[in-house]
Design a protein around this ligand. Structure first.
Ligand code: HEM
Length: 487
């Protein structure tokens, strides 16, 4: 009996040793595959500290643990700081690629900024097939050319005007709809509202039947962008490719119809059709369609998340809501309740603009920005090997007490005369790919805050619901609330 117990003890010990050896060997192989060759290169700079994790999955388990299971996404960086020191740069293996993670203001600024122009870092979307000729997916002179057209369109008084006159009736009718529903999930409802808004502002698409067809296609496309790029029936990526095809065909039909019938509309597609660059070149049809497609994608979910957090934080911080209401009502002097905001009104909404900025900071999306290393580079003494991906980790900086006092507090007044140092506020990215829709987003949020404060009140049903981080930070219950007209 005693012998049998001893034998099984020995077997377990041997098993543990063998398994530990296999685990060590698997990680050693993974490290050797990516790291040894590079570091043995004489005279080469060193790779940043870190680990390449396990074969095939790399460090994805740790990543998912932080974002999905523990709900503490910043632990991913905190753990590396603890293990490898405050270098602000770590190597890893994520999303099927060897990656360099940068997470200091200085390094993030360098990667997002000047070097991109010199061709060291290109855009690095893992599922780039889904974005086609979108400005977010192209590089070099082509990127510059299309971006110029977009910047012209975004900054034209026509675009601002069209945004103000289109968005406000949509927001107002949606808010009335919420009153009739009484109970809503803000995360879902704001998404529908901003989708209707962006389709109208960009392409004058209003037909409820068409929007109902497009909305699930966009959801499919978005899911594909966040998935692994395996194109076989049944995968999210395969479905997303199909969604992209259908959406492109809807937008192409609209473009052709306009050209054939000579119809001129007061929207963004028209601005892109009319746009001519300094050399007299116009955008091609595919370029217009792909860019409108990705503007709809980038332009509605991001702002709807900020609006959701707006409803959430204003319900939790009544003193800030009161201050915002004071400004809101002061702007209405001499206006009827249904009058729309004008460009002049927007300029005088000083407090609302700080509330919007603070909401954008706390919404804190996206967590990181992808780049791909086009040619070997060395930054701050660390090597960035060709073809590796870079994850420019911006989210932890926006809630770091080193840069923001009491960073998790909702405090719009922190923006009084506050100019964050370079690299410290990168919610809209930086450098030549800085978000062209940033002011568009701010304006949407300000218009929404104005109208919701003017006539309505709301109450969170689960004020302590916690936060979910996958795919983007949101109240875990989606901000379920009771919504009614203010008496
Ligand atoms: C709160 C809202 C928003 C946030 C936080 C946000 C964030 C960002 C970030 C971080 C980037 C940089 C990506 C990179 O460097 O690769 C970016 C790029 C971009 N954003 Fe936004 N965005 C927002 C709203 C919008 C809106 C409303 C639009 C358009 C209607 C838009 C259109 C774009 C486009 C086209 C790019 C690609 C620019 C380029 O590659 O040159 N975004 N955005």
């Amino acid at each position: 009996m005693e012998e049998a117990v001893r034998a099984s003890g020995v077997a377990i010990a041997v098993g543990v040793v063998v398994l530990s050896f296999i685990a060590w060997f698997a990680r050693w192989l993974q490290d050797r595959r990516f790291v040894r060759g590079i570091e043995r290169d004489p005279g080469s700079a060193r790779l940043p500290p870190g680990s390449m994790g396990w074969p095939l999955i790399g460090e994805m388990f740790d990543f998912l643990r932080c974002f999905k299971f523990s709900g503490r996404p910043d632990d991913f960086i905190a753990r590396r700081k603890e293990r490898y020191g405050e270098t602000g740069i770590y190597r890893s293996h994520l999303f099927g690629h060897p990656v360099i993670v940068t997470c200091s203001p200085d390094l993030n600024k360098q990667v997002l900024g000047s070097l991109t122009e010199e061709g060291t870092f290109s855009t690095g979307w893992p599922s780039s097939q889904l974005l086609g000729n979108s400005v977010a997916n192209i590089d070099g002179t082509l990127h510059k050319r299309i971006r110029k057209h977009l910047m012209k369109a975004f900054n034209s008084p026509r675009a601002l005007d069209s945004h103000l006159s289109t968005a406000q009736p949509i927001f107002n009718s949606t808010l009335e709809d919420w009153v009739s529903k009484k109970k809503i999930v803000a995360y879902d409802e704001t998404k529908i509202m901003t989708f209707r808004n962006i389709c109208d502002v960009l392409v004058s698409l209003k037909s409820p039947a068409l929007l109902d067809t497009m909305e699930p296609l966009y959801r499919g496309l978005m899911a594909g962008l966040r998935s692994t790029t395996i194109n076989i029936p049944g995968t999210a990526f395969h479905h997303a490719l199909k969604c992209k095809k259908k959406l492109s065909s809807i937008l192409s039909d609209e473009l052709k119809k306009r050209k054939e019938q000579g119809v001129q509309k007061h929207d963004f597609m028209q601005i892109l059709i009319d746009s001519v660059d300094d050399n007299g070149n116009k955008l091609s049809e595919v370029e217009i369609v792909d860019n409108i497609l990705s503007l709809i994608l980038g332009g509605h979910e991001s702002t709807s998340n900020v609006m959701t957090w707006g409803l959430y934080y204003l319900a939790k911080y009544p003193e800030i809501l009161e201050k915002l209401k004071e400004e809101t009502f002061s702007i209405r002097t001499g206006k009827a309740l249904d009058d729309l905001l004008t460009t002049e009104d927007i300029k005088s909404m000083k407090y609302a603009s700080k509330v919007a900025e603070e909401l954008i900071r706390l919404t804190n999306l996206p967590p990181f920005i992808f780049r791909r290393v086009v040619k070997d580079a060395v930054l701050n003494g660390y090597k960035f090997p060709k073809n590796w991906k870079v994850l420019v980790w911006i989210r932890s900086i926006h809630i770091d007490p080193k840069y923001y006092d009491d960073p998790l507090a909702f405090n719009p007044d922190r923006w009084n005369n506050f100019m964050p140092k370079p690299g410290v506020y990168s919610v809209f990215g930086g450098g030549p790919r800085y978000c062209p829709g940033s002011n568009f987003a701010r304006l949407q949020v300000m218009m929404f805050l104005h109208h919701v404060c003017l006539k309505y009140r709301w109450e969170l049903l689960n004020p302590e619901s916690g936060i979910a981080f996958d795919p983007h930070p949101r109240p875990r219950d989606g901000a379920e609330l009771l919504f009614s007209r203010a008496s």
